[in-house]
Each structure stands twice: as C-alpha cells, then as structure tokens.
Ligand binder design. Structure first.
Ligand code: NAP
Length: 631
C-alpha cells in the first residue's frame, strides 16, 4: 500500500490535527470543523471529497518532509489549542494545555521524567533499597522508572508471571474496555494493538515485553509473597517478612516500600446458604477453571458487572443454557469500534506519521475520560428525571435507554428486567459487547428473583423455582475495601494499617501516603480508581512520578524518613469527600462497591485526570515530616 492508501485507513480527526501541526495551515481546520461534532466522531458525516483531499495533502506533505523539500512547522500554542478544539469537536479549556502539550511531546517546559537535582553519592544510593510489591502494570511502571534513575529495588510477585490482574483474569471474553491506545504506558506506545479494545492476552504480552525490554524481569522474585511489613523507628527501615517460593520465611530490611498490589484482586464470593452442598464445579471469574468444559452444559452465572458482561456473550454459543442471576441491571454503552480490528493503514500511521499517535491519544484521552467528567456532576436545580443529573447527562441516559430498547426489540418483560435503576456512570459504564443480543438468545434466562439457596443440583430462587446447573460461575467482583490485605502493615507506634482504616475506610493523601506509615507508598490506593473513564495506567504514571519525587527528596536531603502530615492528609480527604458529594457516585440511587458501609466513596477518584496529574507532578516537602535518624 502507498502512503495515501495507508492514511485512508487512519482516523480523520487526528490526521487533520497532524496535518495542521506539521504544515501550520491553521485555516484548514475551518473546513473540517462542521463535521467533527464530538470526541467520539466517526466521521460518517465528513464528505468523501474532503476526506480524499486530506489524505492527498498529508501524503504530499509527508513526501516533501521526507525528501527535505519542506520543514515541519512549529505551531505556536494558540494553533495547538485550536487543533485540540477541532480534533475533539469541543472547546478544550486552557488549563489542559500543559498536560496535553507534554503528552504530545511538544512541551518546551521541564520534562516530567524525574532526574536528580544533586546526584547522590554512590554509597548513599547503594544503601537505599526499595521494595516493590506486585509486578502488575503499576508495579512494573514504578520498577522501570526507579531503574532508570538508578534507585535499587527488590521486586516481589506472588504469581509466577508478571501482569497482575491481566495475568489472573483469563476468563472467556476478558478484554480491556478502555481504548487500548490510551491504556498503555505513554513512554512505551504499542502501535500494533490488534483491536481498539484488545483481549487480555495481548495486554499480558505487552506487559511481558515491557518487563523484558526494561530489564525488570530478572529483578523479580516470583512466587514470593509479602506477609508483613513492620516499621522500625529506631533505624527508619521497613522490616519485611515474606514467604519465598520454596515456602521458607525470610526477613528483608528496606528503606522504602511501594505497594502495587492492586485494588481489585481478592475475589468476593457470596456465602450463599447451601453453597458447600453443590456437587458441580464452581469458580470465580478471576480464578477461571479451564479444566471445566462448558460445552453443552447448563451454566449459571451470578453477577452482571464488567466481568460477567464479558463472560456471558463469550460462552453463550457453546453452553446448553445460561442462567444469569442478576441482582441489579447495569448500563451498557455501544461503541461501534468495540469489535473492530485496527486496520493495517492505521497501524502504519501510528508508527510512521509524526505526531499522529500523539494526537490520536489526545482524542482518546478526551473522549474516554475528562471530556465526560463535567457531565457527571449534579446540577442542583435539575428535576427533569430522577436518574439524571443535568441536561447533558440526561441526553446520555436517553441514548442508553434507546439503545437498550432497540437491542431488546421491544420485549417488554426483558426491557423491564434489564433497565438499570441508577443514573448512568454511577457504577462503571459497561460496553455492550452483544450483551443485549445474548439476552435475546433462547438459551439465556435472565433471573431477577433473588437466590434463596444453592442446592446439590443448582440454585433455588426466592420464588421457589429450582434452576438445575452443571457449573456455577461467580462473576461477583472483588473485596475492594480490603486494600493491601492480607499483608499486615504495622507503622509508627505499632499501629497497623488495618486499625487505622477500620474494616472498610481506607484513606491516603493523594491515594498514596498515610500518616504514621513513613516511606510507604501505595499505588492504586484509596480514591484513585477511575469510573468516569480514563486509563489506570495514566494514574500509575502520575503515582510513579510522585513517588520518585518523594524518594528523590529523601535521598538528596540525606534524610531517613518521610511521613505525610496528618493535617495535610485530613484536609485532602475532606476535599475528596466534598468533591464526591457533587458527583454521580454519591447519588442516592447508587449503591456500589465504590462505597463503604457508611456510604463514603473510598475507591474512586473524584478528580479529572488533569487534576490528579497536576497534584502529582510536584512534591511539596512542607506537606511531610521529613526526619534524619542516623547521625
Ligand atoms: P463487579 O463490578 O463488582 O460486579 C459484581 C456483580 O456481582 C454485580 O452485578 C453485583 O451486583 C453482583 N453481585 C455481587 N454480590 C452478589 C450477591 N451476593 N448476589 C448476587 N449478585 C451479586 O465485579 P466485576 O464484574 O468483576 O468487575 C470489577 C471491576 O473490575 C470493574 O469495575 C472494573 O474496574 C474491573 N474490570 C474491568 C474490565 C475491563 O476493563 N474490561 C473487565 C472486568 C472487570 P450489584 O450490581 O447489585 O452489586
């Protein structure tokens, strides 16, 4: 294929952005602006003639640049801002410029990679060791960046492989539902994702490649589990008790700990009456038993969250019947690209056209995350509908209702059962991966009666109906509030993290640091989960940057411990709660695992990605008690 044919398979808005970026031809934006009506524009509306004209222009420009007949323009900030607005069909506030210019790689201000201000003495660095717990995407991110700056670490992983949640979850249909070209490290773009929402195995392979490319794998102690951490005040070290792969208990001493154990890794299986009497195989989605063949089996699936919604349509063809036990119906949004493969021309453009990948990432950032955030804020004067928050949110709700109704082809009973009773985005928005089509399948039974008990042969519901089942799948989620569990983490004054947090009220400053627990950093900690959209990997990069800044402060200042001030921590958590009070996640119709038993949202970040990026790009020593214990 020639350049032009490749370009014809790429996305129009980022191609336009790229062309104007490289050529400086700002007026051209006006020509295309009327057809780009939002960040998820699929350009059906753009006349063919205009599409063709853009491919021609860009192909010629790339040839000229390649041959040295022209030089790439260096657009000023105003032009870049105009490109952003046009690219997503919406005005992007000025405040986004620093983040986006940085991400696009045209930020002339300080790079965000952390480097030494005063390189420490070798001996000091050699004495400083960090423990990283967990080799999932966040632990790997921390390891890569620590290695780059030269801070030594020990990395342990309880599994025999890297990948964390992407390693543990390999149920049928498991795939990412954040656009993949944003769900990747910014410093390691993969231009070969097979799909826009790739299957879990591809993400596993990506993380595998990163572990190898950055030299992390040989540094990981696999099948090694941290049992306990104990802060020793007299020497300012964490004493770490771990179980090695051979079962032997070992003690390590390290100066700092990064816990990257994830937020949703401990399966939650409801203790249903009679469960132990059941004679067939049963397993949780994250512990899928591949030795159990499902073909021609009567399968029961309990739960209809993100995991269940991926499992159901993936197994429906092979099973004899699928009984779905639904406690609450979930919203599911359509995305025309959900099943699409990324075309070769688009992959080519990502690899070969300067800035195209960056502009595409920006488009996804806006479409799948911050562009949505204001729509999830409650308008106090809004009374139009009990399940919407404001006019824009109501438009989303209506389009979801329309989609559901259309997909269920007017089946009133099914529509009643499948219609959620909470405002959209109050829980994670799911992708309609043929879920509704599966509900229409004669093999599917959507059971909304509550489960009374499990019997030897299946499940009995409260209406007395017996549901004979050969296999039971628990798609019932995770024990999210038990962050860092089952590790026993004991900080200053012999207080454990569990005592500090109680049963289900984890709190931290920026989701990362906790008073009384010096030199301990949590990744994917309290109030850092994302539900308006966005990529957990984006957050991991923010957290890694902040942790590196903190460690740099500790090492360069010759100090031994760094502990978040209680007033800073408490004030931050007040702000988190105040922000949540304005958002969909505290709406009275929403009950979710994001909230604890007193209703507080402990899991989710209330912030836009921009806010969190801003809060974590500097480290303010005044917010910490920084001490030197050694002479
Ligand atoms: P989940 O969202 O917590 O869903 C659990 C489901 O089980 C819900 O439908 C819940 O009903 C139901 N349930 C829980 N306890 C029950 C009980 N005792 N009886 C009957 N039903 C019960 O869990 P998940 O689906 O595993 O997803 C967890 C998180 O993992 C997601 O939010 C997401 O962050 C992540 N995830 C991501 C992807 C992806 O990127 N593609 C895929 C899977 C998971 P209620 O709604 O009534 O509570």
């Amino acid at each position: 294929m020639d350049t032009r044919s490749h370009l014809a398979q790429a996305d129009l808005a980022p191609l336009l952005a790229t062309y104007v970026h490289l050529s400086g031809d700002r007026p051209l934006l006006e020509t295309y602006r009327p057809y780009i009506t939002g960040p998820w524009a699929f350009h059906e509306a753009t006349p063919e003639m205009l599409k063709e004209a853009l491919y021609d222009r860009l192909a010629t420009l790339l040839d000229d640049l390649h041959a040295g007949r022209r030089h790439a323009a260096r657009p000023d900030r105003a032009t870049l801002h105009e490109i952003m607005n046009t690219c997503v069909g919406q005005p992007v506030p000025d405040e986004y410029l620093p983040l986006i210019l940085h991400d696009i790689g045209v930020d002339e201000t300080a790079p965000l990679d952390v480097s030494w201000r005063t390189p420490p003495e070798r001996a000091r660095l050699d004495r400083f060791k960090v423990l990283i717990i967990g080799a999932g995407e966040s632990g790997l991110c921390a390891a890569i960046k620590l290695r780059q700056i030269g801070i030594g670490f020990v990395m342990v992983e309880r599994n025999d492989h890297v990948g964390g949640t992407w390693y543990e979850n390999d149920y049928p249909g498991c795939a990412v539902d954040t656009p993949n070209h944003f769900y990747q490290y910014s410093f390691e773009p993969n231009h070969d994702w097979s799909r826009y929402f790739s299957p879990a195995r591809e993400i596993r392979a990506y993380l595998d490649r990163c572990a190898d490319k950055y030299g992390i794998r040989p540094l990981i102690r696999f099948r090694t589990e941290v049992l306990a951490l104990h802060w020793e005040d007299s020497s300012s070290v964490w004493s770490v008790r771990l179980r090695r792969s051979d079962g032997v208990i070992e003690t390590l001493r390290v100066q700092a700990v990064i816990s990257a154990v994830g937020h949703i890794s401990i399966p939650s299986v409801p203790s249903l009456p009679g469960l132990d009497e059941y004679e067939g195989p049963r397993f949780h989605t994250s512990r899928w038993d591949h030795s159990v063949a499902l073909n021609s089996k009567r399968v029961g699936m309990i739960g209809t969250g993100a995991s269940g919604m991926q499992v159901g349509p993936s197994i429906i063809d092979e099973v004899a019947s699928l009984s779905i036990f639904q406690r609450s119906a979930q919203w599911a949004i359509r995305n025309p690209l959900y099943f699409s493969e990324v075309k070769p021309g688009k992959k080519w453009a990502l690899k070969n056209v300067p800035f195209y990948a960056n502009w595409y990432r920006f488009q996804l950032f806006w479409a799948s995350a911050d562009g949505l955030h204001p729509k999830l804020r409650v308008d106090p004067g809004w009374t139009h509908h009990p399940l919407s928050l404001n006019a824009e949110h109501d438009a989303i709700r209506q389009s979801l209702v329309d989609h559901l109704t259309e997909q269920l082809e007017g089946d009133a009973e099914l529509i009643r059962k499948a219609m959620p009773a909470y405002p959209p985005y109050g829980k994670r928005m799911l992708r309609d991966n043929h879920w509704y089509r599966m509900l229409k399948n004669p093999k599917t039974a959507l059971v909304t009666e509550s489960i009374e008990r499990v019997t030897r042969e299946g499940v009995r519901t409260a209406d007395g109906v017996e549901h004979p089942l050969d296999v039971i799948v628990f798609a019932t989620g995770f024990q999210a509030s038990r962050l860092t569990w089952p590790m026993e983490i004991t900080g200053r004054g012999s207080v454990t993290l569990r005592e500090r947090w109680g049963e289900d009220d984890p709190r931290a400053y920026l989701g990362m640091t906790v008073p009384g627990f010096p030199n301990l950093f949590l990744m994917f900690g309290p109030n850092t989960n994302l539900a308006h959209g966005g990529s957990a990997i984006f957050h991991s990069e923010c957290q890694t940057r902040y942790i590196l800044l903190a460690l740099r402060e500790l090492i360069e200042s010759g100090s031994d411990s760094l502990e978040c001030r209680p007033d800073v921590h408490d004030e931050y958590n007040r702000r988190v709660d105040d922000a949540h009070a304005q958002m969909v996640w505290t709406h009275p119709r929403v009950s979710s695992w994001y909230r604890n038993s007193s209703g507080r949202v402990f899991s989710l970040s209330p912030w836009r990605l921009l806010d969190y990026w801003d809060m974590t790009r500097h480290f303010d020593p005044a917010q910490y008690r920084i001490e030197r214990t050694s002479a």
